[in-house]
Design a protein around this ligand. Structure first.
Ligand SMILES: NC(=O)c1ccc[n+]([C@@H]2O[C@H](COP(=O)([O-])OP(=O)(O)OC[C@H]3O[C@@H](n4cnc5c(N)ncnc54)[C@H](OP(=O)(O)O)[C@@H]3O)[C@@H](O)[C@H]2O)c1
Length: 372
């Protein structure tokens, strides 16, 4: 397994980590406790030392399972969790990066993880209502108390990252990146390289598409968020699978599986520090780990690039989302989405409207439904 330094921190992370959104159990199909524990344990056995989670994956379930799985092996693992996303009794998530919410969030994550420290504490999404200086101050105090070693960010595009860096340094930023979601290449990746910010690639397998085992016949379990994404239906799915078939023949030439090719490609791209594929079984972890041992030759990277450039794939990525509240702090018009996100919305957007939200950038593009 190859290890790399994360930003300018002292953390040396495996280039292939483990993502645990699916193990939380509320976004993908349910994974049994036994299977989740076996998945995390196999991860550590294989030398994958970087485990990504969040306080709100399964409303704490993922953190609890990770804590159980690594008991007695804490020093073999770097735990990266996220916060600023508290939830209420009804299961509604909010975005809150106030000092109080972050401080309470870290204590709750430590309890669930059964550890005294978190190696990387990431702000899950920007909170446009809390001044970054307030969040930075809370994170500094948590570092001084030894509760977190480093702070990182997630879903910060250049403008927000630039504003954050004006308040404090940060070691990493976690962003979506795979064969079809390459938005970060234009500005964010060069910016992060220039500012020594490590980049952690999430959804590197496009939620399983680039693992090569999804077909038009695949039926997603109830509650699996993929069932409602246009990317997993009709023409976009057929186009993506045609791309997978072409990539698969390149993978076969090099003795890699589709998932291994996809992950090796992601971690071979300039500026990417590591990828955190989700996995729901020890077998998936075993397959994915190989990608951390096989760097792709320059000529293969070029062949992949040519293939991607030559293949047209329809990639719809907006989903309808209800705006539950409008706020106007400091003259900005923010929509509070039903999933808790706070994003800038057009001036005519009202509470109750349904808008189209891009699942990669979080941007709201257009109004699609009547206010109720
Ligand atoms: N910062 C953020 O806002 C954010 C957002 C999303 C995700 N993340 C993080 O990034 C991680 C990765 O994203 P993700 O899990 O959503 O998507 P992903 O890594 O692109 O895909 C994960 C899914 O691919 C399938 N898979 C993985 N390895 C496989 C293999 N070898 N063979 C066959 N299928 C395989 C599994 O699907 P099945 O369920 O069908 O087995 C798994 O649940 C998350 O777990 C989470 O830690 C962060």
């Amino acid at each position: 397994m190859e290890y790399r330094r994360l930003g300018d921190s002292e953390l040396r992370v495996s280039v292939v980590g483990l993502g645990t959104l699916a193990l939380g159990g509320r976004s993908y199909r349910a994974v049994s406790e036994e299977m989740a524990l076996a998945t995390v344990q196999r991860t550590v056995d294989l030398g994958i030392n970087f485990i990504d989670t969040s306080d709100n994956y399964g409303f704490g379930r993922a953190e609890v399972l990770i804590g159980q799985a690594i008991r007695g092996r804490r020093d073999d693992v770097l735990i990266a969790t996220k916060g600023g996303t508290p939830w209420d009794k009804e299961g509604r998530t909010a975005i809150d990066c106030s000092a109080a919410a972050i401080t309470e969030g870290v204590d709750a994550s430590l309890r669930r993880l059964g550890t005294d420290w978190i190696d990387l504490y990431q702000i899950h999404v920007p909170d446009p209502e809390t001044p970054y200086e307030e969040t930075v101050g809370a994170l500094e105090r948590l570092k001084e108390a030894g509760k977190i070693r480093y702070a990182g960010l997630s879903n910060f595009w250049v403008e927000e990252l630039d504003a954050w860096l004006a308040a404090d340094g940060v070691v990493s930023n976690q962003m979506p990146y795979n064969f079809l979601h390459r938005d970060i290449e234009a500005e964010l990746l060069p910016y992060c390289r220039q500012r020594s910010v490590g980049v952690i690639a999430y959804t590197p397998l496009l939620m399983g598409v680039f693992a090569g085992r999804i077909s038009p016949e695949t039926v997603f379990a109830e509650g699996d968020h993929r069932a409602s994404y246009p990317q997993f239906q009709g023409r976009p799915l057929r186009d993506s699978l045609a791309l997978v078939a072409r990539l698969q023949s390149l993978a076969a030439d090099t003795g890699l599986t589709m998932a291994q090719l996809a992950l090796s490609w992601v971690v071979s791209r300039p500026g990417i520090t590591c990828a955190i594929p989700g996995a729901t079984s020890p077998e998936q972890v075993e397959e994915n780990a190989v990608a951390g041992e096989r760097s792709l030759a320059a000529d293969l990277m070029e062949r992949i690039d040519r293939l991607l450039a030559d293949t047209q794939v329809e990639t719809p990525r907006t989903i309808p989302m209800k705006v539950v509240e409008i706020k106007e702090p400091a003259g900005r018009r923010l929509g509070i989405m039903e999933i808790g996100l706070k994003v800038p919305v057009p001036s005519d957007t009202r509470a109750g409207d349904v808008v189209e939200m891009d699942i990669v950038t979080g941007q709201v593009s257009e109004w699609v439904g009547e206010a109720n």
